[in-house]
Ligand binder design. Structure first.
Ligand code: SF4
Length: 340
C-alpha cells in the first residue's frame, strides 16, 4: 500500500473545489445547529438520503428544538419515526435530548469525548457533530468514506477488521486537520456517495483520480465474509370486534413499545406445522441478516386478551406507532375483510 499526500493542498484543494462546485444541497448541510445535525445523522444510519430528507424536515417541524424533543412522550417520538425502521435510533435520540436538555442545561457538547458518552453516539456520529456543527477537525469514517479511502490507498486489508479500520481512520484524521473541517469531511463523504460508488465508480469524473492507487476499484473495499441471509417465518393473527383491532404492544428489544398484530399463540400447532393451512395474507420484509415472512391469519375475536394486548379503534390506528410491516399487514387485512 502506497501512501498518498492526504495533507497536501493539492489533494484537499481538489476535493473541496469539486465539492463546492457539484456537492448536493441537502437540508442538514445548510445548518450548523448541532441538534439538527444529530437528528440527520441518526436518521442517515441505515437509511437512504432520499428517504431521510422528508423525515428530517417533518421532524424539525414537529420537534424544532432539543427541549421540544425532550418534553415529548415516547409514543409521539416513535410515531414521528415510523417508517424509518431501527427504532432504537429514535429512542436514543430521545434519550440524548433528555440528557442535553435536562442535566446539561441545553448546552450541546462540542467534543468527541463528551458526545460519545451519550446514548447511541459512536465515534462516527460524534465526529460528524463536532465537524459539521462546530467546524472542528474531528475525523469521520462511514461506509462511503471507507470505500473511497480503501480505493485511494489500494488497501487490501478488510476495512471492517481492526487493522484496516485503523488505516482508514488514520487517513481521515490526517485529512481533516486543515482549514474548514466541515467542508473537508463533507467533500470526502460526497466523493464516496456520488462518484466512488460501489459498482462502476465514475473515475473519469473523480477530482482526486491522479492520487488514486487502485487498478481494480470494484474489488475494494475488502470485508470479512458476512453470515448468509437467513429466512424465517413469523405467525400473527388479525381479529376485529366492534370496529376495533386487537394489537399487542411489543416488550422486546426490536420493536419495543410499538404496536403490532398479536403473535399466534404457541398452542396453534395447526398453523405452525408443515401441513399448516395457508395464511390469509403474507408479506416479506428484511431485517438485519434475516428475510422475514410475516404470515397473518384472520381469526374470530378471542374471548379474552393476553397481557400487553388491547383493542384499538380503527380510526385511531394512524396515531399509534406500529412497525411498517405490521401496518401494511393491517391495511391488507382491512381491505380483504371490508374493502377499507
Ligand atoms: S479514481 Fe475511481 S476508484 Fe479512485 S477514488 Fe476516484 S472514483 Fe474512486
Amino acid at each position: 500500500m502506497k501512501q498518498i499526500p492526504v495533507e497536501s493542498t493539492e489533494f484537499r484543494g481538489a476535493l473541496v473545489a469539486w465539492f463546492k462546485r457539484v456537492g448536493r444541497k441537502l437540508p442538514w448541510r445548510e445548518t450548523a445547529d448541532p441538534y439538527s445535525i444529530l437528528v440527520s445523522e441518526l436518521m442517515l444510519q441505515q437509511t437512504l438520503v432520499t428517504t431521510v430528507v422528508s423525515y428530517y424536515l417533518r421532524w424539525l417541524k414537529r420537534f424544532p428544538t432539543i427541549r421540544d424533543l425532550a418534553n415529548a412522550d415516547e409514543t409521539e417520538v416513535l410515531l414521528a419515526w415510523q417508517g424509518l425502521g431501527y427504532y432504537n435510533r429514535a429512542r436514543n435520540l430521545h434519550r440524548c435530548a433528555k440528557v442535553i436538555a435536562g442535566g446539561w442545561n441545553e448546552t450541546f457538547p462540542s467534543s468527541v469525548d463528551a458526545l460519545i458518552q451519550l446514548p447511541g453516539i459512536g465515534r462516527y456520529t460524534a465526529g460528524a457533530i463536532v465537524s459539521f456543527a462546530f467546524d472542528r477537525p474531528a475525523p469521520i469514517v462511514d461506509g462511503n468514506i471507507a470505500r473511497a479511502v480503501s480505493r485511494l490507498l489500494d488497501l487490501q486489508e478488510p476495512v471492517d477488521q481492526p487493522r484496516g479500520s485503523e488505516i482508514i481512520w488514520d487517513f481521515a484524521t490526517r485529512y481533516v486537520q486543515g482549514a474548514n473541517p466541515r467542508l473537508l469531511n463533507s467533500s470526502l463523504m460526497e466523493l464516496g456517495a456520488v462518484v466512488c460508488i460501489r459498482r462502476k465508480p465514475m473515475c473519469a469524473l473523480c477530482p482526486v483520480r491522479s492520487f488514486c492507487q487502485t487498478k481494480d476499484p470494484e474489488s475494494l473495499p475488502r470485508k470479512k465474509e458476512r453470515p448468509k441471509i437467513e429466512r424465517k417465518t413469523e405467525l400473527h393473527f388479525f381479529a376485529v370486534k366492534d370496529g376495533r383491532v386487537l394489537l399487542q404492544q411489543n416488550p422486546g428489544k426490536r420493536w419495543q413499545g410499538l404496536w403490532s398484530l398479536p403473535a399466534l399463540p404457541a398452542s396453534s400447532e395447526s398453523a405452525r406445522s408443515n401441513h399448516a393451512p395457508s395464511p390469509s395474507l403474507s408479506l416479506s420484509y428484511p431485517i438485519t441478516r434475516f428475510v422475514v415472512r410475516l404470515n397473518v391469519f384472520l381469526r374470530e375475536p378471542p374471548d379474552s386478551v393476553r397481557a400487553g394486548q388491547a383493542w384499538h379503534r380503527l380510526e385511531s390506528l394512524d396515531g399509534l406507532p406500529m412497525p411498517s410491516p405490521h401496518r401494511r399487514a393491517v391495511q391488507m387485512a382491512l381491505q380483504r375483510s371490508w374493502g377499507i
